[in-house]
Design a protein around this ligand. Sequence first.
Ligand SMILES: Cc1cc2nc3c(=O)[nH]c(=O)nc-3n(C[C@H](O)[C@H](O)[C@H](O)COP(=O)(O)OP(=O)(O)OC[C@H]3O[C@@H](n4cnc5c(N)ncnc54)[C@H](O)[C@@H]3O)c2cc1C
Ligand SMILES: *[C@@H]1O[C@H](CO)[C@@H](O)[C@H](O)[C@H]1NC(C)=O
Ligand SMILES: *[C@@H]1O[C@H](CO)[C@@H](O)[C@H](O)[C@H]1NC(C)=O
Ligand SMILES: *[C@@H]1O[C@H](CO)[C@@H](O)[C@H](O)[C@H]1NC(C)=O
Ligand SMILES: *[C@@H]1O[C@H](CO)[C@@H](O)[C@H](O)[C@H]1NC(C)=O
Ligand SMILES: *[C@@H]1O[C@H](CO)[C@@H](O)[C@H](O)[C@H]1NC(C)=O
Ligand SMILES: *[C@@H]1O[C@H](CO)[C@@H](O)[C@H](O)[C@H]1NC(C)=O
Ligand SMILES: *[C@@H]1O[C@H](CO)[C@@H](O)[C@H](O)[C@H]1NC(C)=O
Length: 490
Amino acid sequence: MALRTLLLGAFSLALLSYGQPEALENHNPSDLLCTCNQIALAISDASQVFFPSAPEYLSDIEHATPSSTEVSACSVEPGSAEDVGVILRILGSTRTPFAVKGGGHAFNPGFSSTRGVQIAMTRFNETKVNSMTSTVDAGAGLIWDQVYKTLEPIGVNVLGGRLPGIGVAGLTLGGGYSFLSSQYGLTLDNVAGYELVLPNGTVTNVTSEDDDLWFGLRGGFNNFGIVTKFILKSYPQGDVWGGIRFYSENQLGAIREAFFKFQQKNDTKAEAAVSLSYSSGQVLCAVLFFYDAPAPSGVFDDLLDIPATGGNVSTASFFDFFQSLSAQGGVDSRRIFGDTVSVIQYSPAVFDAFVDQTKLWGARLLVLDESATLTLTQEPFGKGIFSHGSGSAYPPDRSHVIAPSALTIAWSNASLDDTIAFALRNISNSIRAAALADGQDVSRAALYPNYAIFGTPLEDIYGGNVERLRKIRAKIDPKDVLGLAGGWKF
Ligand SMILES: Cc1cc2nc3c(=O)[nH]c(=O)nc-3n(C[C@H](O)[C@H](O)[C@H](O)COP(=O)(O)OP(=O)(O)OC[C@H]3O[C@@H](n4cnc5c(N)ncnc54)[C@H](O)[C@@H]3O)c2cc1C
Ligand SMILES: *[C@@H]1O[C@H](CO)[C@@H](O)[C@H](O)[C@H]1NC(C)=O
Ligand SMILES: *[C@@H]1O[C@H](CO)[C@@H](O)[C@H](O)[C@H]1NC(C)=O
Ligand SMILES: *[C@@H]1O[C@H](CO)[C@@H](O)[C@H](O)[C@H]1NC(C)=O
Ligand SMILES: *[C@@H]1O[C@H](CO)[C@@H](O)[C@H](O)[C@H]1NC(C)=O
Ligand SMILES: *[C@@H]1O[C@H](CO)[C@@H](O)[C@H](O)[C@H]1NC(C)=O
Ligand SMILES: *[C@@H]1O[C@H](CO)[C@@H](O)[C@H](O)[C@H]1NC(C)=O
Ligand SMILES: *[C@@H]1O[C@H](CO)[C@@H](O)[C@H](O)[C@H]1NC(C)=O
C-alpha cells in the first residue's frame, strides 16, 4: 500500500507537468487488462506479456531510481520489430497509455514508466560488430555495459555512457556525452542508422537520406516511434588511463584554478568532471579523470599535484576502467531527481557558485531528510564537440560550445518531492545567474534533454527547433499514438 501511494505520487507529478493525453480516468483496470490480453493474443512467439506476479514483470517496470518506477497493468517484452508494430497499433486504436523502457535510467517520473502498458525492450539485446563498415549494431534493450563488454576483446569502441547501467536507447536518442565526445562528438553524431517502428506500426530504416526523421530522432526520443536497433560508428580502442580522486574542502580553491587551466588546454583525448557533494557540514569533491591513451599528456598535471584524500588513477582496458566506476553509478534505493544548467565554461566564478549551492542546499536538505544527498557535477567538453555533426533536434545551435552539468538530489521521503524539484530549479537558476554575471552569454544556452527536470519548457532544450519538430511529429504521427507515452513531447 505504501509503495503504491508513493508511485501514484510520482505519477500525478508527471501528469501535472505534461498532461499526458487520454488521462487514466478513461482507462479503468479492466480496460487495461483487456488491452494486455489483446496484445498477448496478437504477438508472435518471440514476444511475451507479463502480469504483476511474474518476475519478468518486476524487472520490466524497474528503474534505476524508485521515483521513476510505476505499477503498470502489465508489461510486454517484444522480441521482433514487427511485434513492436503490432503492439503500437493496438495501443493506438485503444488509446492506452504506455511507456517504452530501454535502460530505465530516466530521472523524470513518467518518461519511461506508466500505469498503462510497460514496453520493456530487453529482448533487443544483440551487439553485432561489422568491421567492414566500422559500425556496431546495438539493440535498443542493451545497457552500455553489455556493449562495451562485447567490444572489449575486439579492440573497438563506441560512444556511450560514462557510468554503469545506462541504456543505449535513451542516451543515444537524447544526445550522449561520452568519454570520447571531445574527440568524436555526441553519441547522436556517431549514429549511422536506426531501425524504427513508426507510430502506425510500419518497420523502417532511417539514415541520413531521410531528412525529417534523421533530424528528429537525433535528440527527439520517443516522439517518432520506437527504435529497435542503433547502428553506431566504431573506433579502435586501446588501453586508457583514468579513475576518480577525492579531495577535502580545503583543496577547493586549488581545484578551481587547476580545473579552469585544464579547460583552456584543448586536449581532445582528455576528459575531467568535478562533482561536489555535502556531508557532515563539509563540501566533498570528487574528480573523474579520463585519458584516451595508456598514459596522460601533461594536461592533468596541475590537478594531479593537489593532494587527494583517496581514490586512484591507473592504466586499464576501457572496460575495466568503466567497471571500476560502478560504485558511483549503482542503483540507489532512494528517490532521485536531476536537473541541469549549461555554461560556456566552468570559470572560477561559476565554480564558486557550485560550491555555494552545494553548501546552501546541502545543509537545508539534510534538515528535511537525513538521507538527502546533493551532487553537483561540472562536465566540460572540448571546444569542438559540436563540430562533428550537423542538423539535429539537439543541440539546437552548434555554433557555440556549451558544457552541460548534472545536478542531482537523492532522498527518501516521498512527501518532499515538490521541495526537491524546487531546490533543483533554484540551484540551476542560481548557477545560471552566476554565469551571466561572469559575462557568459548563457541566457539561451540549450539544456541537455537527458538531464533537464520535468516541466522544463521545450524551448529551453530544443530552442528554435521546436516548431520544425512539431511539424515533423504531426506528419509522422497524425493520430498522436506516441502522445500516449510520456517524455519531452513535441
Ligand atoms: C547514473 C547515470 C549516469 C548518466 N551518465 C550519462 C552520461 O555519461 N552521458 C549522458 O549523455 N547521459 C548520462 N545520463 C543520462 C542518460 O543519458 C539518460 O538517463 C538516458 O535517457 C538513459 O537512457 P535509458 O535507456 O537508460 O533510459 P530510459 O528511462 O529507458 O529511457 C529514457 C527515454 O528514452 C525513451 N526511450 C527508451 N527506449 C526507447 C526506444 N527504443 N525508442 C524510443 N524511445 C525510447 C523513453 O521513453 C524515455 O523517454 C546518466 C544518467 C544516470 C542515471
Ligand atoms: C539475449 O536474450 C536472449 C533471450 O532473452 C538470451 O537467451 C541471450 O543470451 C541474450 N544475449 C545476450 C548477448 O545477452
Ligand atoms: C533495414 O536494413 C536491413 C539491413 O540493411 C535490411 O535487412 C532490412 O530489410 C531493412 N528493413 C527495411 C524495412 O527496409
Ligand atoms: C582544438 O583542437 C582541435 C584538434 O585537436 C582543433 O581542430 C581545434 O581547432 C582546436 N580548437 C581550439 C579552440 O583551439
Ligand atoms: C582506490 O581508491 C579507493 C577509494 O579511496 C580505495 O578504497 C582503494 O583501495 C584504492 N585502490 C588502490 C589500488 O589503491
Ligand atoms: C516526511 O516528511 C514529512 C513532511 O516534511 C514529515 O511530516 C514526515 O514525518 C517525514 N517522514 C519521515 C519518515 O521522515
Ligand atoms: C532561490 O530560492 C530562494 C528562496 O529559498 C529565493 O530567495 C531566490 O530568489 C531563489 N533564486 C533563484 C535564482 O531562483
Ligand atoms: C506509416 O507511416 C509512414 C510515415 O508517415 C508512411 O510513410 C506510411 O505510408 C504509413 N503506412 C501505412 C500502412 O499507413
